[in-house]
Every structure is written in C-alpha cells, then in structure tokens.
Design a protein around this ligand. Structure first.
Ligand code: KE4
Length: 431
C-alpha cells in the first residue's frame, strides 16, 4: 500500500501542528509509523489521500454509529446551515432536542448542551461540586473523561497510549482533589468512602470502559457503586460519552438499569458534529446558571447545525430493530476475530459490549487497568499494521475501543475477517 501523500502531509503538519495531529490519539504512537490522512468517508468505508480504501472500525472514535455521510444527517446539516450556522440565541430545535434526550434517558430530567465530551464532563464535575459543597472527586484507573484538568490523573486513552505521567500544567493542588480507585473493585470504593466519603462530590465512571480498550463491568459492580454513592451522598456520574445512544438507545444506564444523578454525553448524540451534553436530576441541574449559581457557558452551545445532525441521528436510531442489528453484526465480527486468532494460534482475549470491542493480545482475562496492561502492545502494533495493509482501519492503540457501525454489513464483515486471517497468521510466524 502506498502512503506517499499521507507521509508528505504528515511532514508538513509536524512543522505547524504539535505532533502533526489535532488530537494525540490520531498519531500512531501506540503502533509505530505515521498516521494516515483521509479525504473521504462513505458508509462503512474510508478513503485516504493516496486512494487506499479501508473498512472503518474507528468511526471517528464513536460518533459514526450510522457510518460516514449518512444521507439523512447530511441533508439535515445542509438544511440547517442554509438557515444560518449560529445565532447565539435560543432555537425551537434545541428545545425539541432536550425533550428527546430526557425522554430517552429517564434519569436525565434537565439537560444543558455543550460542544464536546470534555466540556460536558468538566461542567458535570463543577455542578457536582457546586451542588454538594464538596471538593474531592473519584475517578477510576484507566478511565478517560476528556482532557479537562480534573481528569488527567490515571487517565486512559492517549495518556495511556503515550505512557505519559499525569499531565504537566495541571496544578498539583487540583490533581490532589482527584482520588482514584481500581475499576471493577467495589471493596476499594467502600474503603475509600468510609474514610473520605463525606468530602467527595461525585464518582465519575465510564460504565463500560472504552479508554483502556473495552473493559466490561462485573455483574453487580455498577449497581453496587451506585448504592455506595447513595449511602455517602456522593453523586453518581455516568460518563456516557462513548456508551450513550450506542449500547442501547438509553445508553449503558438503560442496559444495566441504573439511575445516575448526572450523565455526560457526546459522540453519537451529535451525529458527527461537535455536540455534547450533561444532564440529570432536576434539583441538581437547577444549580446551573442562570437558573442557579454554578457558571457554565458556550458561544456555540446548542449550535443549530450540530443539533440538526444530532436530531437526525437519534431519529434514525429510533427505527425498530436498530440495536438488534448492530448487536448481530458486532457479535459476528467478534466471533469471527476470535476464530481467526484461534486458527492462527495467537492468544487473544476479546472484550465486547454491543458495538464496542477490543482484541487484547493476552490469553488472560482483562477486567481492569493492571490486566489490560498485560497485553502485548508490540504484537498489537504488528496486527494493526497488517490489518491496515489489508484495508481495515482499527484504532491505532491497544488501549482504545473499536466501534462497529450500522453501515457494516456482511461484505464488510467478510472483508475484515479475511484481513484478520492474514494478519493473525503473519503474527504467528513472527511471534
Ligand atoms: P471529547 O472532548 O473528545 O468530545 O470527549 C471526551 C471524552 C469523554 N469521555 C469519554 C468516555 C471519552 O471517551 C471521551 C473521548 N474519547 C476519545 C477516545 N479515546 C476521543 C478521541 C480523541 O481524544 O481524539
């Protein structure tokens, strides 16, 4: 495969954009080599600037549940844009959108629109602190909640891929307010809450982790965490930026029957446009300015073009059988990958919930940060490049989730599995 144009662009980019990319995970630091530059996406397929085609299993890191350039979303964007791209003032569409979100996620009684997942999580933590009058927060090792100051402590995703320590630039005094506990370990939370519970404003968690690769919550873990939070007056915040409208229409909270105090959303909810949201109990959200004293704002919040895209996306997802179809295709992929790995005698552990999945290069169970770290990242890197060469674009890190879209049908599943057959076999030979 020829990547001459990608390489030329990457050289230029490195002179003017830090690391040549506008978000660290896009660089191929976790797998080696240079990032691919793209020029077009259509349905399940991406085309790079050299004309190579790939089945896309990244989906822009989650938003593209309907695939690239899904016609009803594109039409909605064009339609909205023709009426102006931003007013900085209220619209009917954002009211309808807020009503739709609340109807879909019953725990969300009121919601505020923002422009990214990071904005949503930063705001949710501020609201939790404002509401409770407490300053500490709890996050879980390897979970990623965007690049906000409170979250760059034991963060997953690009922080993990690059092997960075907690980020310089985050004041120590602030980092100290972020407590951490291992994922999937209720006892650790119990002990921490017994000691410090009355000072903790909220516990924020990825209900199904995507940012250490996919980690599945043990049965009863999330319910137990919710109960511990209730007992200690700690707000339970579910970061559904990845899982919302993806694992089920009502997100992980629908799938696991939970009722978080606050929920953060982005990715799928924006239909591929910059849109995030945070919401939850009306008594808590009523603290947000101008209803209450906790300040949070945004020039482009509730942007009419983004809202139109989000609305078109959520409406399309409401069609009967959507999530069943997504589950079937995802299961076919995961089972096929497992079979190909087995045939090539490559030990892997595949974690999957719905359309989020990770092939970990380890034979042991992966359920938290230390077990994820046991995966052979060099081997993953070789697998990644072998797949790329066969026309499959996977997330360029062992510690990221692959996302399946509804645009992936049987031909694409066959394409991915044929690529995987070759890729796993090439590993078998090289070790
Ligand atoms: P954004 O600010 O990137 O929209 O969302 C932050 C965020 C919050 N919460 C969770 C659970 C997330 O996964 C994310 C962002 N995820 C990364 C992928 N690991 C986005 C890709 C990137 O950083 O470029």
């Amino acid at each position: 495969m020829n990547h001459a144009h990608s390489q030329a662009l990457f050289s230029r980019a490195q002179a003017r954009i830090p690391g040549g990319v506008n978000s660290p995970v896009r660089a191929f630091r976790g797998v080696g080599g240079d990032p691919i530059f793209f020029r077009e996406g259509a349905g399940a397929w991406l085309t790079d600037v050299d004309g190579n085609r790939y089945v896309d299993l990244v989906g822009s890191w989650g938003p593209l549940i309907l695939g690239h350039a899904y016609p009803p979303i594109i039409d909605a964007i064009i339609d909205a844009a023709k009426r102006g791209t931003t007013y900085g003032a209220p619209t009917a569409a954002e009211v309808e959108f807020a009503e739709l979100i609340c109807a879909t996620m019953p725990a969300v009684e009121m919601v505020r629109l923002v422009s990214s997942g990071t904005e949503a999580t930063v705001a949710a933590v501020r609201v939790a602190r404002g509401f409770t009058g407490r300053e500490f927060i709890l996050k879980f090792e390897g979970c990623f909640h965007g690049a906000g100051d409170p979250f760059l402590v034991k963060a997953g995703s690009g922080v993990e891929t690059l092997g960075l320590p907690d980020s310089p630039g985050v004041p120590q005094a602030l980092a100290k307010l972020t407590l951490t506990a291992p994922f999937n370990d209720l006892g650790a939370v119990e002990r921490l809450f017994a000691e410090k519970g009355k000072d903790i404003a909220c516990a924020i968690i990825e209900p199904v982790v995507g940012n250490m690769g996919v980690l599945v919550p043990k049965p009863g873990y999330l319910e137990g965490l919710q109960a511990l939070c209730q007992k200690h007056g700690v707000l339970f915040v579910m970061d559904e930026v990845m899982t919302g409208f993806r694992l089920a229409r009502g997100g992980a909270q629908e799938l696991y029957g939970l009722k978080p105090d606050l929920t953060t959303m982005a990715k799928v909810i924006g239909g591929g446009m910059p849109l995030g949201a945070y919401g939850g109990r009306a008594d808590i959200m009523s603290k947000v300015a101008p209803a209450g004293p906790v300040y949070q704002s945004g020039t482009l919040s509730g942007n009419p073009v983004a809202v139109a895209a989000g609305m078109a996306c959520l409406k399309a997802l409401a069609a009967p059988g959507t999530y069943k179809r997504l589950e079937e295709v995802s299961r076919m992929l995961a089972e096929g990958l497992a079979a190909e790995a087995k045939a090539a005698e490559v030990p892997v552990t595949i974690n999957r919930v719905g359309s989020m999945l990770t092939v970990f290069f380890t034979s042991e169970a992966v359920y938290d940060y230390p077990t994820a770290k046991k995966a052979d990242t060099a081997r993953f890197g070789r697998f990644f490049h072998a797949m790329l060469n066969e026309g499959v674009y996977l997330p360029p890190s062992q510690f990221e989730a692959a996302f399946v879209s509804l645009a992936i049908g049987e031909p694409e599943v066959a394409h991915v599995l044929a690529a995987a057959r070759k890729a796993f076999r090439s590993l078998g030979k090289t070790g």
